[in-house]
Design a protein around this ligand. Structure first.
Ligand SMILES: [Zn+2]
Length: 395
């Protein structure tokens, strides 16, 4: 089944995969999932927020829900997201082989645009479902080509008018367990023999856009004293993001994207957009780290005669998964609990329903890049663990 996905959404320029909500790769993967679910006799439906649900036993209260997402970051790996969906389908197969007759409904869900790779807001589908994102704001978000969520949805055959909270659906969920490739090496550090772990919490994380405006000019003829080059304060943002790591233990800050305007080799830019990703403790801890970085950028901007504007694109509070559920899974599977610095749909759902996560180890620690990898034996252990969990929770 893994090989079905290998060709879909390959990114020839970045390597790996680029799969974003409502693009061709996303629509192909949705079709693939629907066919796989129907082949297993599951009842497939798409909710008002473009999340797909496949039900074993039909929708009903107390449902045990698993699943993940099919989209990727630009140039992402093969496992982040699809591993949780494929494992969920295989766990259903495994339960049937074991002759398990669940007394509660089981559902597999594929959440839309978890990575925020197209419209900038991560966990779009789960945020809309739970009411954590305002549908009016979401409809107006646009991708780098200027296409809005509303237009992209319409073109792909979804009604953007229906986006928004879905309390009836949430009320059906008794527990949500997302299986995911680990995106660091904490599991292996906690127990070198553990192939699978249980998520403890997700630290707060946010995305900011820092725009530095200066004065566009000729790269060859502009005297040093006449230069108001916004790239200099933008570079300070990059360096400050690294510097704060040594000032705050456990904090991470990254500039992964810069956009100079107009972007010519022989042109001093007139402005530079710099995107900053910060994750640290609580939301207040994270915002404090951003303030420190921006202070360093402003200092440099003043010397250069540039102006700085800051725009917060998202900020998600630290999430503790359901402790009782997580401990139950950790005991059932006899595996350790580990925290993570990565955001997940399970983290959004944790605010509304008992939610937990299973991680499949990734000793390379590489994620959001083409080199992301999990061994087949570890993925199979993940399927067995997920089947154990579903059998126990749906019994
Ligand atoms: Zn993911």
């Amino acid at each position: 089944m893994w090989s079905d996905l290998a060709a879909v959404g390959r990114d020839r320029s970045l390597g790996g995969y680029s799969r974003h909500v409502f693009d061709d790769a996303d629509l192909q993967l949705r079709e693939w999932f629907t066919e796989q679910a129907q082949r297993r006799g599951l009842e497939v439906e798409t909710d008002r927020n473009a999340n797909i649900w496949a039900w074993w036993g039909g929708p009903g209260p107390g449902a045990v829900v698993t699943g993940s997402h099919l989209d990727s970051v630009p140039g992402g790996g093969a496992f982040d997201g699809p591993l949780g969906v494929v494992s969920a389908l295989l766990a259903v197969d495994e339960l049937r082989v074991r002759g398990v007759q669940p007394s509660r409904p089981i559902a597999i869900v594929c959440f839309a645009e978890e990575e925020g790779g197209r419209f900038g807001l991560p966990c779009l589908g789960s945020r809309l479902l739970t009411g954590a994102a305002d549908p009016d704001v979401v409809r107006r978000l646009h991708d780098p080509d200027g296409t809005s969520v509303a237009d992209a949805a319409r073109r792909a055959g979804f009604d953007p008018g229906g986006l928004g909270p879905d309390p009836q659906r949430l009320a059906l969920i008794g527990a949500f367990v997302e299986l995911h490739i680990e995106q660091g090496r904490l599991l292996t550090a906690a127990d070198p023999t553990a192939m699978v772990g249980v998520g403890a919490q997700i630290v707060a994380h946010g995305r900011w856009r820092i725009t530095v405006a200066g004065e566009g000019n000729h790269a060859g003829t502009t005297l040093p004293v006449d230069r108001h080059d916004p790239m200099i304060p933008a570079a300070a943002a990059v360096l400050a993001a690294r510097r704060v790591l040594s000032l705050h233990s456990g904090a991470v800050a990254t500039v992964g994207r810069l956009r100079p305007v107009p972007g010519g080799t022989n042109v001093i830019a007139s402005s530079v957009d710099t995107w900053l990703d910060v994750r640290h403790g609580t939301a207040a801890d994270t915002a404090a780290v951003v303030d420190e970085i921006v202070a360093m950028v402003r200092e440099e901007a003043e010397l250069e005669g540039c102006t700085v504007t800051l725009h917060r694109e998202s900020l998600t509070e630290q999430v503790d998964f359901d402790l009782a559920l997580s401990m139950q899974l950790s005991e059932l599977l006899q595996v350790p609990m580990v925290p993570t610095g990565a955001g997940h749909d399970a983290g959004i759902l944790a605010g509304s329903v008992p939610a937990a996560m299973l991680f499949v180890r990734n000793p390379s620690g590489v994620s959001h890049a083409p080199g992301e990898h999990a061994e087949t034996a570890d993925c199979e252990a993940g399927v067995q663990a997920l089947a154990d969990v579903l059998a126990t929770l749906a019994a």
